[in-house]
Design a protein around this ligand. Structure first.
Ligand SMILES: *Cc1c(COP(=O)(O)O)cnc(C)c1O
Length: 614
């Protein structure tokens, strides 16, 4: 039961064995061992681990699944794909992605000038590039330059004005010209929290009337032979397959109609992104109602049926899946800094010779608790606590009494949980709802999981080890920003249980999984916490226990962060130095040492280093 739903969200990318989370590749390397190894070299704070073999695995899955649907339905078009850069532009993701797909028709999709430059530099010349999003003349020029370099590039037109600009640029430039795609505005809508890109009111795409006008413009400017693709994208993380099928049927009919109107080079239907990722850790809360095979089968079958009924050629199928390819490759590791109740230790109890009556009763409850009375005593102690807190407000008991109350109640809670540990799950959940433990994590949700903050997207989370023992504490998670939104609270419908650990004596790490799509570039420097220290785990051989740690990039240090905000960091250093040197509150002998300490801190990242960790 306490497998954190790993079979829902990880399939066999990660597994649990010997109480640890391990790579599902045959080598079964434990993530905790990787983390310990990197920390031994002195790296502290949160870590972002990339697993390039999981990028390749997703690309292979996508291509294999389409290949088998194409074979099954004897479909005559081919399958091609691009990775949309906006989902993850980091070089330690993109370079392995390009390298592991050299044998496929797999390229990059760009939505801005900077992304187009990345695509032009790193896409293999044989592989496709598509360009979506709003474009000015300069960006269109860039597309023409790419085609002169030998790239197989398609500029997707979002509106008639862009098409007019392309016609203008084509008059100024010699061939070869880029291919032209038209983004169609669909009647169908997506579903799910990201589904704002489709539909008749969407931000992008040409209406039927505009499509007809576009075809006329293409014909009159003799560019119709460059028009090869129609494109739609109904939104990301499409949870329900039916709107996708509906969109595809609409697009298939538009494809066939346009061909009948003389668009004879039109040969590709680009179905955009939207292929969903399963993030759920709990049965009954699935994020998608289809499998990859069902998705591919539906796309191929429906297109085939439509063009058959319209007696047209079966188009090539082109996809721009981002989330599906990138999500699984990155795992965020957050060290637990503190459990909120850890200071409520028996040692901290300072009972007086004479205590208020209710405190004496709490003490009795604590000492005499047993399995039969556990729940009853727990409720009594919570009632007593309420009364004692009221007494404090009214001035009848002092701060020491109040502290003793808090400690005793926490001790009772822990004892009850321990006693009932083996009991049935529901009962535990019932107690846990009332008494949660707060886990303070050395990371920033704003930086590393902005979609949690912005869209309440949950990412699977679990401890990296101790999975042989039952977690007993209902957990809410707190990051180290001083923002109250930096909290993942306990949800009784999707409960998270963690272990009762003494983090002063042992390390305890949580892994947040499936954070490889969208989170990194969307991440915010709230409180000036930066992108965590990252590295890639390269497996030469998935059977072998050997692995290499590559591309280690340490989190930005404090001065660099301030430099990014355009502070004059030389000036900051000068002022700090001057203030120490001129202070009459520091002995002259100590000034040098203090300055040294300050400089070390400025050269490190701003995440926390606990005493134990130094
Ligand atoms: C964002 C985007 C994608 C990627 O969508 P995913 O849901 O991540 O697969 C694909 N195409 C276009 C045009 C996009 O804007």
């Amino acid at each position: 039961m306490f497998d954190y739903g790993i079979n829902f969200w990880a399939k066999d990318d990660f597994i649990i064995e010997d109480g640890k989370v391990k790579l599902g590749a045959n080598n079964k390397i434990a993530i905790i061992d990787i983390v310990n190894k990197v920390r031994e070299s002195g790296y502290r704070g949160p870590l972002l681990i990339r697993f390039p073999h999981l990028i390749k695995k997703q690309i292979d899955k996508l291509f294999n699944s389409f290949a088998s649907s194409i074979k099954q339905y004897k479909y005559k078009g081919s399958f091609k794909a691009v990775f949309p850069l906006k989902v993850n532009q980091f070089p330690n993701f993109i370079l392995p992605l390009v390298e592991s797909s050299l044998d496929k028709d797999y390229g990059l999709e760009a939505g801005s000038k900077a992304e187009l430059i990345v695509a032009m530099a790193y896409t293999n010349l044989k592989s496709p590039i598509t360009v979506n999003g709003f474009k000015d003349k300069e960006m269109i020029n860039l597309g023409f330059i790419a085609s002169k370099m030998g790239h197989n590039i398609t500029l997707t037109i979002e509106g008639l004005n862009e098409l007019k600009t392309i016609i203008e640029v084509a008059k100024e430039m010699e061939s070869p010209y880029p291919n032209i795609g038209l983004r169609i505005r669909l009647h169908s809508m997506g579903s799910g929290i990201w589904a704002k890109s489709g539909g008749i009111n969407s931000k992008f795409g040409l209406t039927s009337t505009e499509l007809l006008e576009a075809v006329n413009l293409l014909k009159s400017s003799k560019l119709i032979s460059k028009f090869t693709m129609i494109h739609f994208h109904i939104g990301s993380q499409i949870s329900d397959i039916s709107p996708l099928k509906k969109a595809l049927r609409e697009a298939g009919n538009i494809y066939a109609e346009l061909r009948k109107m003389g668009c004879s080079k039109l040969s590709i239907v680009n179905i955009g992104g939207g292929l969903a990722v399963e993030y759920t850790q709990h049965a009954g809360f699935n994020n998608r109602n289809y499998t990859l095979d069902e998705f591919c089968g539906d796309m191929v079958f429906n297109l085939k049926e439509i063009v058959k009924s319209k007696k047209e050629k079966e188009p090539d199928i082109f996809i721009e899946s981002g989330r599906f390819i990138a999500a699984s490759h990155a795992v965020l590791i957050a060290p637990v800094l503190e459990l909120f109740s850890q200071e409520y230790d028996e040692k901290a109890l300072k009972l007086k010779d004479k205590n208020p009556r209710l405190i004496e009763e709490l003490l009795d409850l604590y000492n005499s608790i047993d399995e039969r009375h556990a729940m009853e005593y727990l409720h009594d102690s919570l009632d007593h606590m309420e009364s004692l807190l009221t007494l404090f407000e009214l001035g009848y008991i002092d701060l020491q009494d109040r502290s003793n109350t808090e400690i005793l109640v926490h001790l009772i809670i822990k004892k009850v949980i321990k006693i009932l540990k083996h009991k049935n799950h529901n009962e535990i959940i019932r107690i846990q709802e009332q008494i949660q433990e707060r886990y303070l994590l050395n990371c920033s949700f704003f930086q590393s999981m902005p979609d949690y903050w912005g869209l309440k997207q949950n990412f699977p989370v679990m401890p990296l080890d101790k999975l042989n023992s039952r977690p007993t504490r209902s957990a809410s998670l707190w990051d180290i920003t001083c923002d109250s939104d930096g909290e993942i609270s306990f949800n009784k419908n999707k409960p998270l249980f963690l272990h009762d650990v003494d983090v002063n004596n042992e390390d305890y790490f949580l892994g947040f999984f499936l954070v490889g799509a969208y989170q990194e570039v969307l991440g915010m420097k709230h409180n000036l916490f930066t992108h965590p220290t990252e590295f890639s785990i390269v497996l030469d051989d998935e059977e072998d226990l050997e692995y290499r740690i590559e591309n280690l990039l340490e989190a930005q240090n404090i001065l660099d962060v301030l430099d990014d905000l355009d502070y004059d960091t030389k000036e900051i250093e000068r002022i700090l130095k001057q203030r120490i040197e001129e202070s009459d509150k520091i002995n002259d002998d100590d000034k040098k040492e203090l300055l040294g300490k300050l400089y070390i801190m400025l050269s490190e990242n701003g995440y926390l280093r606990t005493i134990k960790n130094i």
